[in-house]
Ligand binder design. Structure first.
Ligand code: ADP
Ligand code: MG
Length: 260
């Protein structure tokens, strides 16, 4: 049978999403569409609702109104707002939180191996024998995150930036269809930030990626389509130049960023 393709090949749609905390609308009538293989950046002032939006996609938080669906390749849609977090994750939606969480007392290689097995539901390595395919997959991930030469070192010895890359690698080992990355460059050196940008760009087309960031230089480096979030709503989207020249965006975000 011919596969069904929609016009735009969307992987995720959020429509009319609202979420309040104590009467305050952290997300307010949000519409957001992510294309298959797209690399999307989301910017916006502190408190704009960026992390909450990721919470809503991953099932950590429920919307009060609206829908969030993942479009399957066979044409069928899955309502993410009804699923527990682990089921959303099993559908292939992986999230990277701001602070890295790697196993410091395991090697870089084993961190990725553990993640590969966790995604298969193998928690104890007791009867597990690594296949050549697994080893190749792990090597591939190590190459992608540029930590191949650190594979035998304990993760605890990595720099902050390298730990962030390792965690991205651990998510890649799960072969996510959608990858959500919250402020990956926070606390990184300029060089690490630059390499993080290269890493994310190298994933474009292989995964659908949403990157939330504050650092405008970093956004400029990786920008394709940029979405500006303000008060839980999309203020503007488009190319980096388009949004960064927009008077409203300058007023609510760029003009103030220095004082954040
Ligand atoms: P951003 O990531 O854009 O900085 P957040 O999504 O973290 O913004 O927060 C948006 C708003 O929602 C903030 O005012 C924040 O205090 C509020 N908020 C987020 N999560 C919760 C929560 N679990 N309980 C109460 N308020 C929350
Ligand atoms: Mg945030």
């Amino acid at each position: 049978m011919e596969p069904l393709y929609r016009d735009t090949d969307l992987v995720l749609s959020a429509e009319g999403v609202t979420r309040s905390f104590d009467g305050f609308k952290a997300i307010n009538d949000l519409n957001f569409y992510l294309g298959e293989g797209e690399l999307r950046t989301v910017i916006g002032p502190n408190g704009a609702g960026k992390s909450t939006f990721m919470d809503l996609i991953t099932g950590r938080t429920r919307p009060d109104e609206g829908k969030i669906v993942m479009h399957q390749k066979d044409g069928h849609d899955i309502d993410l707002t009804k699923l527990p977090e682990y089921k959303v994750n099993r559908l292939g939606i992986a999230r990277k939180f701001q602070t890295p969480s790697v196993y410091n007392d395991h090697t870089v290689f084993d961190n990725i191996l553990l993640s590969l097995n966790r995604s298969r539901g193998v928690f104890k390595g007791l009867f597990y024998k690594m296949t050549k395919e697994d080893r190749d997959e792990i090597e591939e991930v190590l190459k992608t995150i540029r930590l191949a030469d650190r594979r035998d070192e304990l993760a605890g010895y990595l720099s902050h930036g390298q730990k962030q890359w390792l965690e991205i690698g651990m998510l890649l080992a799960q072969k996510p269809r959608i990858l959500l990355v919250d402020e990956p460059a926070a606390g990184m050196s300029d060089e690490e930030t630059d390499r993080t940008g290269e890493l994310l760009l190298s994933l474009e087309g292989k995964h659908s990626i949403v990157v939330v960031e504050h650092d405008m230089e970093f956004i400029r480096q990786i920008a394709r389509k940029v979405t500006v979030l303000h008060q839980g709503h999309v203020l503007k989207d488009g190319s980096f130049d388009h949004v960064s020249k927009d008077p409203k965006v300058i007023e609510v975000y760029l003009g103030r960023q220095k004082h954040d």
